[in-house]
Ligand binder design. Structure first.
Ligand SMILES: C[S@@+](CC[C@H](N)C(=O)[O-])C[C@H]1O[C@@H](n2cnc3c(N)ncnc32)[C@H](O)[C@@H]1O
Length: 234
C-alpha cells in the first residue's frame, strides 16, 4: 500500500464582525496566521522552546482573530500552553472579540484588556510576554486625513500618523518593559512599503532591536511585510 502522509492544517477561527468600527480580518491578518501555522510544532514556536512560552499578547486584537487562533493552536499542540492576552483601544473591538471567542467555543480563556497601547496594563504584566503580536495601524495619514479633522474610531484600524509608523514607534517605546527579557522573546508586526521602511529599521536598530522580514505580500497598491523583532539580551 502507498504511504500516505496526512497533514492537517489548523483551520482559521470563525469570525463575525458586526461592529462597523472593528477591522475585519484581511491579508495582513492572514499573513500572521499563516506564519504561525507554518512555524509551530510540538517542540518549538518559530525556534523558541514551546515549553518556555508562558504568555502571548495580541495587541490591537480587533475581532480577536489572532488571539483565538492561538487558542486553537493550544488545543492542537499539547506542549503549547501559554496564557493568551488580547487588547485594543476600542471597547467595541473587545466586545466583538469576546463574542468571537464564544463563537469558537473557547469561552473565558483569553484575558482581554481595553487599553491605549500599554497604558492600562497592570504592573504585574511587566516583563512577562514571550511573544507580542501587533498588526498596527500602518498607513501614513498625510494627504488622506484633512487637517483638523478629528480621528474617527475607524481610523484606529489604519492611521499610523504622518510617517505611517507613529503608533508603532510609541508602542515600541514601552514594549521592552513588557517583554520577558530573561529569555528569547519576539515581537511580530506588520509594516507597509508605503512607509519609509529603511528609516524605520534604522530607528529600531538604534533602540537595540534586530529586525527580520519574514514574509511579504503584494496587495494592489503596496507590499505588506511581516517582521520579527528581537532585542539583544544583555
Ligand atoms: C490593522 S487593525 C488589526 C486588527 C487585528 N489584529 C487583525 O490583524 O485583524 C489595528 C488594530 O489596532 C487597534 N489600535 C489602534 N491604535 C491602538 C492603540 N493605540 N492601542 C491599542 N490598540 C490600537 C485598532 O483598534 C485595530 O483593532
Amino acid at each position: 500500500m502507498e504511504n500516505v502522509i496526512k497533514i492537517t492544517l489548523t483551520s482559521d477561527p470563525v469570525i463575525i464582525c458586526d461592529y462597523e468600527n472593528v477591522y475585519p480580518p484581511s491579508d495582513d491578518t492572514y499573513l500572521i496566521l499563516d506564519y504561525f501555522r507554518n512555524n509551530i510544532n510540538q517542540n518549538y514556536v518559530d525556534g523558541i522552546d514551546i515549553r518556555n512560552i508562558k504568555k502571548i499578547l495580541d495587541l490591537g486584537t480587533g475581532t480577536g482573530i489572532i488571539a483565538i487562533f492561538l487558542e486553537i493552536l493550544k488545543a492542537k499542540y499539547s506542549n503549547f500552553n501559554p496564557k493568551i492576552y488580547a487588547s485594543d483601544i476600542l471597547e467595541e473591538a473587545i466586545k466583538c472579540a469576546k463574542l468571537n471567542e464564544k463563537e469558537n467555543h473557547i469561552e473565558n480563556q483569553i484575558n482581554f484588556i481595553i487599553s491605549n497601547l500599554f497604558k492600562s496594563f497592570p504592573e504585574n504584566l511587566k516583563h512577562s510576554f514571550n511573544i507580542i503580536i501587533f498588526n498596527p495601524p500602518y498607513l501614513p495619514s498625510s494627504g488622506i486625513i484633512e487637517k483638523n479633522r478629528t480621528k474617527t474610531k475607524m481610523d484606529y484600524s489604519w492611521d499610523g500618523g504622518i510617517t505611517g509608523y507613529d503608533v508603532f514607534l510609541t508602542f515600541i517605546e514601552d514594549a521592552k518593559n513588557f517583554l520577558d527579557l530573561n529569555q528569547k522573546s519576539y515581537i511580530y508586526f506588520i509594516s507597509s512599503s508605503r512607509t519609509n521602511i529603511k528609516e524605520l529599521n534604522k530607528i529600531l536598530v538604534r533602540k537595540g532591536f534586530t529586525n527580520i522580514e519574514l514574509e511579504k505580500k503584494h496587495i494592489f497598491f503596496e507590499d505588506i511585510i511581516l517582521n520579527r523583532l528581537e532585542i539583544k539580551l544583555a
